[in-house]
Design a protein around this ligand. Sequence first.
Ligand SMILES: Cc1ncc(COP(=O)(O)O)c(C=O)c1O
Length: 436
Amino acid sequence: MHSSEELFLRAQQWIPGGVNSPVRAFNAVGGNPIFFSHGKGAYLWDVAGQSYIDYVGSWGALILGHAPEAVLEAIRLTAERGLSFGASISAEADLAEKITTLMPNLEKIRLVNSGTEATMTAIRLARGFTGRSKILKFNGGYHGHVDALLVKAGSGLASGGIPDSAGIPQEVAQQTLIVDYNNLEQVTQAFIQHGKDIAAIIVEPVAGNMSCVPPLSGFLPGLRELCDYYGSLLIFDEVITGFRVALGGMQALSQVKPDLTTLGKIIGGGLPIGALGGRRDIMDFLAPLGPVYQAGTLSGNPISVAAGLVTLDKLSSTPHYYEDLSNQTQKLVQGLLERAAEKGIALQGHAIGGLFGLFFTQEKDIYHYQQVRQSNHTLFQRFFHAMLAEGIYLAPSPFESGFVSSAHSDQEIEQTLQRADKVFAQLQLTSCVAMV
Ligand SMILES: Cc1ncc(COP(=O)(O)O)c(C=O)c1O
């Protein structure tokens, strides 16, 4: 049997950085990434047999926890009838109907293979539909690794954004305007300067990639108003929040109506999937009906669709599903904040549905990316590693959200809090020593 360290060394020989998605490399927290062997319910087991209560849940995809029986059964039955046909099956329309019924503003939907594909297609569609080229996104917002969306703020709005990765042409980045999340004034200024060229705003309606930062009241309705006034489209990227914060996503909670919505993660029940949906007139601009091209060899593949359907059936048929999920998440976050406070550690948090964020900072109201950047990342690293040693697996970065599943019962939450108590005591002790 090989240890995580040995497996990571081997993986680095054949895979750049040893991982197939960068955050898995633990760069933000240091140390060796854990290699897992299996998961069940709220738990993961690493290759050495150590168990962890998991608050990553495959980055939010596993809302029912690991390997739920009903999903496994659907996958087995479907797989036996063929893995993929590259042609239509009836279950694609079942899933499309299910999603459009459960989410308030989706009249039609196109299935793709990842969240990145969904946002890439959504902005192409917005550009094709409006005949405009600029996209407005928010500092600290992540929408997958699409060229036009992998852009950070430049020196000013007039020049547009600058590439956040090598390999993205300046000309592409310049078409992306970047402003601060929860700062309607900046969005307004951007529209005053560029309104007639802005095809769409793309926004995570709860920011889930700067830890978890909810919108201030008035922010999402303000975006809607600006889009209406300037004839731009509003895209809600609900790849994280869809079926996570409520059955109808953040658009149901906020009552703000996006023109387009992107989805992923939960709608595939843990298998690869993505989707974009929205107003019928816009969606009909997609090929083969319209002039905006999009395609995919494995799009709408039977296995992902079957897993997604069973998952959404569970979410929509279980009484009080989201009420219970929210309660567990609240219990966890409140419990952590109280225990940290008892030890004199400044910790803040947000919880919404099955999504949460933790911030080591004295500041009380965390609603801005700058505040998240300025929180104490060194303390987060120590907290992360101490929790890991206690068998609690949190996302290995202070910029990622935490995810609670319906497999997290009172027992797992209570155990997490007890272990966190120990961890906060250690952190308190080491901070005191460091201060002397
Ligand atoms: C809000 C958001 N949009 C899009 C994506 C991209 O999804 P994927 O990783 O499936 O390409 C992510 C990934 O985490 C995300 O958090």
